[in-house]
Design a binder for this molecule. Sequence first.
Ligand code: ATP
Ligand code: GCO
Length: 155
Amino acid sequence: MGVAGSGKTTIGMLLAARLGCPFTDADTLHSAANKAKMAAGLPLDDADRQPWLASVRAAIETAQRAGQPHVFACSALKAAYRDALSQGDTAIRFVFLHGSPALLAERLAGRSGHFFNPALLDSQLATLEAPIGALQIDIAAPPASIVTRILAALQ
Ligand SMILES: Nc1ncnc2c1ncn2[C@@H]1O[C@H](COP(=O)(O)OP(=O)(O)OP(=O)(O)O)[C@@H](O)[C@H]1O
Ligand SMILES: O=C(O)[C@H](O)[C@@H](O)[C@H](O)[C@H](O)CO
């Protein structure tokens, strides 16, 4: 979890590869309307996110039925969103990727071919409710070392 540009896709894919398990990016579950809204520079609100989070929760339940580890990348910015995703299941671990606004803006500016409008970073940071008790990882390090840290902490 984390705001746009924090590396959820990059780190999540690498983590899943290291775990030898599937990876799901919640970005692939957004409706066309949500993607168009973000591309137009408008932040999603609770009502926009509700059906999307329900889809992510459904994907989590499918993964649980498969009975193997699964890595999800999802912004999950508010505590209520994380509650909707985990439904109190403590086996679902959240990894919070956090970094300075300047580094996040630099990462978003360096990325192309993505529907997310970098101008929305401020709203992402304003919406973010940092999780208490979750594993918190500084995104300044290279991806491989971030993944090594996450693996060590999750064991
Ligand atoms: N630790 C890192 N070091 C250097 N570059 C990174 C790191 N993590 C991610 N990046 C780069 O930063 C950009 C944003 O990363 P990524 O797309 O994975 O973020 P994200 O959180 O999935 O974003 P979004 O929520 O908008 O999909 C990408 O260009 C990626 O290659
Ligand atoms: O909750 C949200 O506002 C959205 O999930 C965004 O965070 C984007 O999906 C993503 O970060 C950009 O690709």
